[in-house]
Write a protein that binds this ligand. Structure first.
Ligand code: HEC
Ligand code: HEC
Length: 260
């Protein structure tokens, strides 16, 4: 849903929230469970080095030309080329990422295998989970109640009480850095002045669609409506991603893990 916001989050992530990557839990299941296919990784490395490394670097960790793919949500979400494939078909030519329509699906899945093997190696080199908690819980609490404005929506004794018993530190970190998408409230004002509200169902450059409280689907050409107001309950989270310093993230984690 709501691709526009999502791609902004991606940019933010690429733009330097290194810590997000460091702390991202190894995704459940991900190839981790099954032994990586060494031959596929090898073929993927060759494909990568002839098609991609020029811009993304030999190990995909980025150059001045192109971003670090080890931090790309597209790569992280991908398992076997199913996210990467459609992306590579289109590319983002206007942003310097060519389209690779001619790669076969097995070539894409080999490239994916290579990138995931790199990710696993990098994660293995990182410190174990316990080392994540290097922050200062007091400073985290102050940030929660102050600058971070977390307490305007959450409470340590209310909705977040016991959160550290439900979530391990890594999952907890992901939960506040990038909580799962929530329904976006949409309000469309028609030229007549009539307002129709509901939950955003679809949005692109030309079209907007919502489902109202009676479950009825409405869709309009953007150009023909007077005004569109969207309220994403996670806007604060998405904006905060760009603002956190590493220390603030460490401190918040140290604080949140005390909410047992
Ligand atoms: C000519 C340089 C170039 C080549 C070659 C290239 N890329 Fe890219 N790639 C880019 C640039 C620049 C971006 C950033 C585009 C943007 O700003 O959204 C990018 C973005 C990406 C992204 C999205 C990152 C994200 O999360 O937003 C992926 C995935 C990716 N490239 C994979 C590949 C793969 C796999 C190959 C080889 C098959 C490849 N690229 C070849 C320049 C290149
Ligand atoms: C404008 C309101 C708002 C602000 C400000 C806000 N959040 Fe959230 N937060 C939400 C919403 C909405 C969700 C998703 C629904 C939910 O899980 O409660 C969420 C989800 C979360 C979750 C996941 C909860 C769970 O049960 O999985 C955590 C943890 C969290 N926020 C922490 C924070 C922290 C830390 C800050 C401050 C840096 C913050 N939030 C600021 C609205 C907000």
């Amino acid at each position: 849903m709501h691709m526009r916001l999502r791609s902004r989050v991606w940019f933010v992530l690429l733009g330097g929230a290194e810590i997000f990557f460091l702390l991202l839990p190894a995704r459940s299941g991900e190839a981790q469970a099954s032994a990586p296919d060494a031959a596929a990784v090898e073929r993927g490395q060759q494909s990568f080095s002839s098609n991609c490394s020029f811009c993304h670097g030999a190990r995909g960790t980025g150059t001045e030309q192109a971003p670090n793919l080890m931090r790309s949500p597209l790569v992280i979400q991908d398992q076997d080329g199913e996210v990467l494939g459609p992306f590579l078909k289109e590319g983002r030519p206007s942003l310097g990422m060519p389209s690779f329509g001619s790669l076969s699906s097995s070539q894409v899945s080999d490239i994916a295998a290579f990138l995931h093997a790199n990710l696993r190696t990098m994660r293995r080199r990182r410190a174990p989970e316990a080392a994540v908690i290097v922050g200062d819980a007091k400073a985290g609490e102050a940030y929660f109640d102050g600058e971070g404005k977390c307490s305007t929506c959450h409470s340590a004794t209310g909705d977040l009480a016991g959160i550290a018993s439900k979530l391990q530190p890594l999952a907890l970190t992901t939960a506040f850095l990038t909580p799962p998408d929530q329904p976006v409230a949409a309000q469309v004002t028609l030229p007549s002045g009539k307002i129709i509200s509901g939950t955003l169902k679809y949005e692109d450059e030309f079209t907007i669609a919502l489902v109202d409280s009676n479950g009825i689907y409405h869709s309009w050409e953007r150009a023909l409506v007077k005004k569109i107001d969207l309220t994403d309950p996670l806007t604060a989270h998405k904006e905060q991603l760009a603002l956190y310093t590493d220390k603030e993230i460490h401190d918040l984690v140290a604080y949140l893990v005390t909410l047992k």
